[in-house]
Design a protein around this ligand. Sequence first.
Ligand SMILES: CC(C)(COP(=O)(O)OP(=O)(O)OC[C@H]1O[C@@H](n2cnc3c(N)ncnc32)[C@H](O)[C@@H]1OP(=O)(O)O)[C@@H](O)C(=O)NCCC(=O)NCCS
Length: 138
Amino acid sequence: MDLRLIENEEKYYDFIRILRTHQENTMGFLEQVEITSEQQFRYMEKYQKNYLICVNESVIPVGWIGIVDNDIRLCVDPQFKGNGIGTFMLSSFIKLYPNGEAKVLIGNKASNKLFQSNGFKIYKHDEKFIYYKFIISE
Ligand SMILES: CC(C)(COP(=O)(O)OP(=O)(O)OC[C@H]1O[C@@H](n2cnc3c(N)ncnc32)[C@H](O)[C@@H]1OP(=O)(O)O)[C@@H](O)C(=O)NCCC(=O)NCCS
């Protein structure tokens, strides 16, 4: 798959919302809430530039990645999971935000694997989350 990260525009706001609330993705996040298009619009107006959209060779959006309060979050369309999209997004994004951190639910195997495979090291954990910082390898 030929992947690219592109700017987040209004036409992608609902794509971000739908992936975020997809039943196969929402378990990856602490908050299991429904998000309306209107709530999403207001959130995106504030954080639009903090998010990037991953598109394939046909410019079909397949995932997104963002950072809010220095906390990296990402989501892949369930039909495209396991194809390296998460790896592509995270390894590209960290070049833009090398000080970015992440907090991942302990039970989120895919996400914990993803961060650990891409140079993130655990610096603390609590009863819910594992906390990661990116460490540049020599
Ligand atoms: C986490 C997520 C972004 C990974 O996306 P992806 O495109 O499937 O990831 P990749 O194909 O690049 O795989 C990344 C690594 O995770 C591993 N992995 C993927 N799915 C896995 C699963 N279900 N269980 C265990 N490991 C898994 C892969 O083997 C790969 O490991 P490797 O680097 O050692 O080869 C995706 O599963 C997702 O959108 N999850 C729901 C949302 C979420 O939890 N976001 C994180 C919130 S911080």
